[in-house]
Write a protein of this length. Structure first.
Length: 158
């Protein structure tokens, strides 16, 4: 994969994607926390360029392909938080853990496929070795503001 030979910033630039604005907390929590060499990101939703959220339930309002795109948008939102608060994606050495939550109907079972939208983005930015960590992908009966996907993650810093 090309990202393995490029810096994370260069790999992201090559993707030609745009970061949304980093979201501000809407509750009593920190969007990120650094503890030694670890960066913890709180659950993020799919923020768009105009600061609005992608809304809907997978299996009801949207199909799994739309859910996967929403998960990629969550990944972009997380990258925006990293760039805004740490200054550069190059500060992150590797992805350690991703927890992806899918707002879906009770009969929907393709949660891992949806969360691949975020995981594939991270692999493109940090490469196959450092961009893929351990992961859980689970279905939820609802998520805040009826967003289709929420993701939290743990990263190791350089």
């Amino acid at each position: 994969m090309q990202a393995d030979t490029l810096s994370p910033e260069a790999a992201f630039a090559k993707l030609g994607l745009t970061l949304p604005p980093a979201p501000l907390p809407l509750g009593v929590y920190k969007p990120y926390l650094i503890d030694g060499k670890y960066l913890y990101l709180s659950g993020h939703g799919p923020v768009q360029a105009d600061k609005s959220l992608i809304i809907g339930r997978v299996g009801d309002d949207m199909d799994m392909e739309q859910g996967k795109l929403a998960a990629r948008q969550v990944g972009l939102t997380m990258l925006a938080t990293i760039k805004t608060h740490l200054g550069s994606l190059d500060r992150v050495k590797r992805v350690i853990k991703v927890l992806g939550m899918v707002n879906c109907t009770a009969d929907f079972g393709r949660h891992p496929y949806v969360i691949n939208g975020c995981s594939e983005l991270f692999a493109a930015v940090w490469g196959m070795e450092n961009g893929i960590g351990v992961r859980s992908a689970v279905g939820m009966g609802s998520l805040p503001d009826n967003i289709p996907v929420e993701v939290e993650a743990l990263f190791e810093l350089v």
